[in-house]
Write a protein that binds this ligand. Structure first.
Ligand SMILES: [Zn+2]
Length: 161
């Protein structure tokens, strides 16, 4: 048991921090967005943006650690995209819709291509990312499409650069 806890602790500390994957800046201030860890979430995390320059990404390092690194990186860029695209600002209610999630997915892939994490839409890594995304969330909800639909949309919906 002690061994197990040490193992988990190590992973929580060094395994999958948000900063492992990317940095995110607030487009209103240029300042780095604060990241708060919360391993109790049943998902990867979310982005919040208050009206007065307050922006935070709540991130689940334990969840991220269980994912393929490319998928964890995709989600890190996805949460940042919600900040970059002002999705979570109060005036932009409803905050979470399938179309906003779709936009964030496309923006995330665009950012990963810009940084060279993916070399393009026909990249081998991109195929791995889609494969891993397809494994998650078998059914669509009112905010998120099912993983396999999100994966399909990455090539068939996102604008090509
Ligand atoms: Zn999202």
């Amino acid at each position: 048991m002690k061994y197990c806890l040490a193992f988990l602790f190590t992973f929580a500390l060094y395994g999958a921090e948000y900063s492992t994957y990317t940095r995110c800046s607030d487009p209103r201030t240029g300042e780095q967005v604060r990241v708060v860890n919360d391993s109790r979430l049943d998902n990867i995390g979310y982005a919040q943006m208050g009206p007065r320059g307050y922006a935070v990404i709540v991130w689940n390092p334990t969840f991220a650690n269980a994912l393929h690194p490319l998928l964890a990186s995709f989600f890190a860029h996805h949460e940042c995209a919600h900040i970059q695209l002002f999705h979570s600002l109060r005036v932009n209610k409803p905050y979470w819709t399938q179309s906003k999630e779709q936009e964030a997915d496309c923006d995330a892939v665009g950012a990963m291509i810009d940084k060279g994490i993916l070399s393009g839409y026909d990249d081998y890594q991109f195929e791995i990312l889609k494969r891993e995304l397809s494994k998650l969330q078998p059914h669509s909800t009112h905010t998120h499409y099912a993983g396999y639909i999100r994966a399909y949309n990455l090539t068939n919906y996102c604008p090509f650069n």
